[in-house]
Design a protein around this ligand. Sequence first.
Ligand SMILES: Cc1ncc(COP(=O)(O)O)c(C=O)c1O
Length: 356
Amino acid sequence: MPRPLSATIHTAALANNLAVARKYAPKSKIWAVVKANAYGHGLSRAFPGLRATDGFGLLDLEEAVKLRELGWAGPILLLEGFFRPTDIDVIDRYSLTTAVHCDEQLRMLEMARLSKPVNIQLKMNSGMNRLGYVPERFRAAWERARACQGVGQITLMTHFSDADSDRGIAYQLEAFERGAEGIAGARSLANSAATLWHPAAHFDWVRPGIMLYGASPSGVTADIADTGLRPAMTLNSELIAVQSVDPGHTIGYGSTYKVGKQMKIGVVACGYADGYPRIAPEGTPVIVDGIRTKVVGRVSMDMLTVDLTPCPTAGVGTRVELWGTHLPIDDVAQACGTIGYELMCAIAQRVPVRAE
Ligand SMILES: Cc1ncc(COP(=O)(O)O)c(C=O)c1O
């Protein structure tokens, strides 16, 4: 028997979440962002739920080729573009669209021998200072791209740093408008947060990622409470042991949790080697037997320990939800000082995953 730990991908939730993105940005086309193996959900498992999209955005050439092999004939966008001249052969062969964010990439395109022009998304650095041309240099880059025989359609692209928080997008939108002024072409700006909360940034294409997986771009569950988004991944396990621990005794490595009153502790088959964060502190929520309780003691490689006080009938074999349908991944992430993105992407290879 395998360990009783598994992740389930909810195909209907993915399809629902894509429909939510459409509802929020009804006039825009959608790049469904499936980088990092569809945020840990598995590209081939996520594909059926997201195939009503207009295009897929991802990072790795291998993932792009896999999408073609899965039967996707529509647009695929390489969000960071390409890294070596040989990558352009793959772009050409599989008819990929690519971001272009620097002169080195433009130069590689100028030198490339292509069977047909490549559609590009020319990226502006509108304030995030990660990738792209600053507004002052954007027009020159666009003119150079336009003069390049290997370049087909040019979409104007930027990425937001604070669409999920108080600073917002105004400072970047202003920079983008300034740099793109008078330049023709479709626009692609909005991540999930801007898709949900900044209609002024929708333009021609939106690029939602995290919302498709049913988690909050801000990391706060309440922020997506009224959106209709549903968790696309549930991580389930079972209790594999129960201990009745006397007052004064401690739980797990480092003896970080000391028992006050006599208590029952459940041992769950899930640890940091499965992708559950070792940093999860006492109090991190977990659902046992349908009841919300908490992690106590340090998470170890293959197991973690939970307080069974609120679930007195729980025993070996009782179902445990680490996150998912009944426990938002953002609640777990918040307790751990991170965001749902990181947890879902970190699901380890050894965890069996199935789609339903
Ligand atoms: C260029 C680009 N667009 C869109 C996204 C999707 O972002 P989110 O998952 O916050 O919607 C990402 C992810 O980081 C990205 O790098």
